[in-house]
Design a protein around this ligand. Structure first.
Ligand code: ADP
Length: 255
């Protein structure tokens, strides 16, 4: 009979193979993984941005790529991508794959070539995006945030932003100091066009149709961990414990 310790040791020896080999996109380092790619999957308004912010504070090794933030910046700067994307975003629709894949992939591949770990927030959201990502990057960790729809609808209706900077407020748990005004500039806060109730409903339906199948896709690959709940402050400590465990291999692998 194997002792639990022995069993644990054997499991540990098996695990790093998935994590440290076959990283062809990871620069010229003899095929060994030199960086991680972590994805956050979840419904719109489900706290992907909040959880990402907390991860970046505790694990600054990650380079953050948020497709929502990047797209909103394109919209603000009125680039050709921004003008095109705005038509879809305002209606709560997904931006077409060919536009989004191009936007993310350059950034992601560049990070991997420099051996920078990636935190992809809001990408992929369709099977086509996931397949495109797989061709270039070996995803090794996926956080799936499982939040009830009622929580999301409530949370989004309380969300207001400062359009100039993208700063986000929530009337329930992160209100501005002065009602309706940005804390830093005093300028008026607005509701995102796609945070209005009719768009939110559409975004939740899109999620079920286009993004939910990715949960099974990554579960089958053995890289997915689901976290359920209604509050990011409660969910995050569990995420941190899991990430600490995942990244522990890095320390051991350097010996
Ligand atoms: P949320 O997760 O609340 O939808 P985001 O800020 O991540 O908010 O995204 C805002 C909008 O940007 C989406 O509703 C969609 O129109 C567009 N978008 C972001 N990421 C993607 C993506 N990977 N594919 C297609 N559209 C995207």
């Amino acid at each position: 009979m194997r002792l639990p310790q022995q069993q644990q040791q054997e499991e540990k020896q098996r695990q790093p193979q998935r994590r440290w080999q076959s990283a062809a996109t990871c620069g010229d380092n003899g095929g060994e993984r030199c960086a991680h790619s972590l994805l956050i999957l979840g419904k719109p308004g489900g706290g992907k941005g909040t959880i990402s912010g907390k991860i970046l504070q505790d694990f600054p090794v990650f380079r953050h790529v948020s497709t929502g933030d990047e797209l909103r910046q394109h919209v603000r700067e009125e680039t050709s991508l921004g003008i095109e994307a705005k038509k879809y975003m305002n209606d709560g629709l997904l931006v077409p794959d060919e536009l989004i894949i191009q936007m993310v992939m350059d950034d992601a591949v560049d990070a991997m070539k420099k051996c920078q770990s990636l935190l992809l927030d809001g990408f992929p959201r369709t099977m086509e995006q996931a397949v495109a990502l797989d061709k270039n990057i070996d995803v090794d960790m996926v956080i799936n945030l499982n939040i009830p729809n009622e929580t999301i609808i409530e949370r989004i209706s309380d969300r207001w932003i400062h359009p100039g900077s993208g700063r986000i407020y929530n009337l329930s748990y992160k209100p501005p100091k002065v009602d309706g005004k940005d804390d830093e500039t005093g300028e008026a806060l607005v509701q995102r066009e796609d945070d209005k109730p009719e768009s939110v409903q559409k975004r939740l339906e899109n999620y079920e149709e286009a993004t939910a199948p990715l949960v099974d896709y990554y579960a089958t690959k053995g890289v997915l961990q689901t976290f359920s709940g209604t509050m990011s402050d409660v969910i995050y400590p569990e995420v941190k414990v899991w990430l600490d465990e995942q990244l522990m291999d890095d320390i051991e692998a350097t010996y």
